[in-house]
Design a protein around this ligand. Structure first.
Ligand SMILES: *Cc1c(COP(=O)(O)O)cnc(C)c1O
Length: 384
């Protein structure tokens, strides 16, 4: 079943027509191996290098500093483990936050089992990580600070430039997961003083299975996938040429349309937040009122089970996401909502709605009406 109204753009976005069109020739006519020396391979190589320039341009980097990966999760793994392995003789302490994506969080937990120590910094009630808290956690043996640029669940935009500057001053490598920030807020690796930065194409109207890691020139990381000499020997494997072309095209477009899209997303988000908070009683916004991603709305509903709300929304043709994921029958509470101090009940009753460029005001209004009806219905059942 296709959902009529899609409000889960933080999970993934559709591939834009422009991106699809750019990718197609690399499935059909130009299918050569980008590492081969003959004509069709050279065409593929040219396309990969063009995409590298497009990504570099969009984030203020040099093309040689861009590494293509298979997804945002791989970029995060390569950044965190790659640094840990490369610098383990220098130190074994890593600083990250409680609200990172599992791609960073679970990588850090895994490293803890392999001789590394990790400090997890707590956010405030709105998901904001105070730079002072990061600074206070720095030790002699700290080798890496990894803090996301913007949170995928509650949309909080983090003080990356301040943390980047502090890390630079102390000579500590700084990684930021910018997977949710890309296409939503301007990214500049020099203003942020980032040494490593992760992005993923499918979060900004590019294809799934195509990510990139920015690696500042002179930054040492170990490879996770050994084999051929692709990607300067840091990521072996025949290049995913269509995916890379899609990533390059998508990030260039996202950057060009950033202001316009962010303005539109902010209008839709405000309409969504204001309507829900004013029309539906027993609702509370999670994350900050300002300083949040333009397309993110996360609301807790009193006396509501988020999973039930999601299922009913799906039946009504609306796609969204909740603060708990039903895994093998047990409801796991979102670590982010927990970290900002929500009770289990509040976290379970949360709904994340993330808008995209294809959404309209009419869709927002309809979604609010439907949510209101379902919430009333579920609450009357709850009482009965
Ligand atoms: C989606 C997401 C990822 C993972 O990206 P994939 O390409 O799906 O592996 C990592 N970090 C954040 C913040 C995300 O939103």
């Amino acid at each position: 079943m296709m959902n009529r109204i899609y409000l889960d753009h933080a999970a993934t976005t559709p591939v834009s027509a422009q991106v699809l069109e750019a990718m197609i020739p690399f499935f059909s006519d130009c299918w050569g191996n980008a590492s081969s020396v003959y004509g069709t391979g050279r065409e593929a190589r040219k396309a990969v290098e063009k995409a590298r320039r497009q990504v570099a341009e969009a984030i203020g980097a040099e093309p040689r500093e861009i590494l293509f990966t298979g997804c945002g999760s791989e970029s995060d793994n390569l950044a965190v483990k790659g640094t840990a392995f490369a610098l383990k003789e220098k130190g074994r302490h890593i600083i990250t936050t409680d609200i990172e994506h599992p791609a960073v969080l679970n990588t850090c937990r895994w490293l803890e089992k392999h001789g590394f120590e990790v400090s997890y910094i707590t956010p405030d009630k709105e998901g904001y990580i105070a730079p002072e808290k990061i600074l206070a956690a720095i030790r002699e043996d700290t080798i890496l600070i990894s803090m996301m640029a913007a949170n995928n669940e509650i949309g909080t935009i983090e003080p990356v430039a301040e943390v980047g500057a502090a890390a630079r001053e102390k000579g500590i490598c700084f990684h930021t997961d910018a997977v949710q920030a890309a296409g939503a807020v301007p990214i500049n690796v020099n203003e942020w003083k980032a040494d490593l930065l992760s992005i993923s194409a499918h979060k900004f109207y590019g294809p799934k299975g195509a990510g990139a890691l920015y690696v500042r020139h002179g930054t040492h990381i170990d490879s996770l996938i050994h084999g051929g000499e692709q990607e300067r020997g840091l990521r072996a494997g025949t290049e995913n040429v269509p995916g890379i072309v899609g990533l390059g095209t998508a990030i260039e477009a996202a950057n060009k349309e950033l202001k316009q899209n962010a303005d539109k997303m902010t209008r839709l988000r405000e309409r969504l937040i204001n309507s829900i908070l004013s029309e539906i009683p027993g609702t509370k916004l999670n994350g900050p009122r300002e300083g949040r991603l333009p397309n993110n709305c996360n609301i807790s509903f009193d006396k509501i089970d988020g999973e039930a709300l999601l299922l009913r929304l799906d039946l009504a043709g609306i796609a969204a996401s909740s603060g708990s994921a039903c895994t093998a029958g047990s409801q796991e509470i979102s670590h982010v909502l927990k970290a900002i101090g929500l009770t289990d009940q509040e976290a379970k009753g949360s709904l994340r709605l993330t808008t995209g460029t294809g959404n309209t005001e009419a869709e927002i209004d309809e979604a609010v009406t439907v949510i209101h009806e379902i919430v009333n219905d579920l609450r009357s059942l709850f009482r009965g």
